[in-house]
Design a protein around this ligand. Structure first.
Ligand code: FO1
Length: 318
């Protein structure tokens, strides 16, 4: 498939497939649209964790152990902050800090988040387009048995321990897709929308939750394909499986297929889950079975190639 692809991403799994897509598509052939529901202001700085994870991953600078943050990071700032009695529950590395300071400067100068992201991506040597889902603030709020928690409080401060009962995306009603996202969807040459193996509730739902995106997918003229973030009943990384169980969904690729339902035409599931293919097909969703765990760049590229070839065989909408 040589045409244009929109990839929806958030978190480490999304970033890894985005890197694979960037490895097999020309810069003009790919727009990576990134969740901003995890964004927050911390220590006076605007932190966009998913945008940064995607940027660092495409730049080949991501920390291979955590998936987020920068490889070879040092922590002098955090140590000095701790000495002063500052907040250390959310760790900003010395190198990562520069990204947030630059973003602060650009936003204060009146640039949009899209413009700031384009400038940071260019500075990191990234040639493919990475765009925030929206330039308007959208904030994920997690509803739990301990009350409502801002996303990073739930995710990092509380280590996803509270039991989840639902999610809210503050600001979503007013949020429009970013100019780069809107342009990519409107492009006559668009060939497919790929939903990366990101958490469906907190990474993908904010993107699909914007009214214009929901309507686009409902009336889509190109196939939409999701790659399952659940393999063998577990999330490769992060709390997706825990959230599914707490919300009463089946913790499997079938549960993911039911979640996306009529919004997708096809799903890529792992070889471990091949037995679920008939049940997913019974939902009217085509299935491609592949090795989906991305341990390195070669895995990411291989999964990207197979996902694109699968999407090219599908007809949009049902
Ligand atoms: N995740 C953690 O578990 N602990 C941290 O201290 C932490 C710091 C951090 C700093 C910058 C950044 O871009 C991401 C960071 N993350 C951290 C990851 C992040 O909170 C989550 O992975 C995403 O929001 C979920 O996709």
């Amino acid at each position: 498939m040589a045409g244009r692809i929109v990839a929806l991403a958030g978190g480490v799994g999304g970033a890894r497939l985005a890197r694979g897509l960037a490895g097999v598509l020309d810069p003009e052939g790919l727009t990576v649209v990134v969740n901003t529901g995890d964004d927050f202001e911390h220590l006076g700085l605007p932190v966009s964790p998913d945008l940064d994870t995607v940027m660092y991953t495409l730049a080949g600078r991501a920390n291979p152990d955590t998936g987020w943050g920068v490889a070879g990071e040092t922590w002098s700032f955090m140590e000095a902050l701790a000495d002063l009695g500052g907040e250390t529950w959310f760790r900003l590395g010395d190198r990562d800090l520069a990204t947030h300071v630059m973003r602060r400067r650009m936003l204060e100068d009146g640039k949009t988040l899209s413009q700031a992201t384009a400038a940071l991506s260019a500075a990191l040597g990234i040639r493919h387009r990475i765009v925030p889902m929206s330039d308007a603030p959208v904030r994920t709020i997690v509803e739990t048995d301990e009350g409502v928690l801002p996303f990073q409080d739930y995710f990092v401060r509380r280590q996803c321990e509270p039991r989840v009962s639902g999610f809210r995306f503050d600001g979503i009603e007013a949020a429009l897709p970013s100019p780069g996202f809107a342009a990519a969807l409107a492009d006559e040459a668009l060939e497919a929308v790929v939903i990366c193996p990101s958490n469906p509730y907190v990474s993908v739902a904010p993107i699909l939750g914007m009214a214009e995106i929901g309507s686009f997918l409902d009336a889509r003229r190109v196939p939409a394909v999701a790659v399952s973030p659940i393999v063998g009943g577990r999330a490769i990384k992060g709390p997706a499986a825990k959230m599914m169980a707490e919300l009463g969904a089946e913790t499997s690729a079938l549960g993911i297929a039911r979640h996306y339902g009529a919004r997708i035409d096809g799903m890529v599931i792992d070889e471990l889950d091949a037995a679920l293919a008939p049940a997913i097909r019974a939902l009217g969703i085509a299935v491609h079975v592949a090795q989906t765990v991305m341990r390195g760049e070669a895995d990411s590229r291989a999964l990207a190639e197979r996902t694109l070839a699968f999407a090219a065989r599908l007809a949009p909408g049902r």
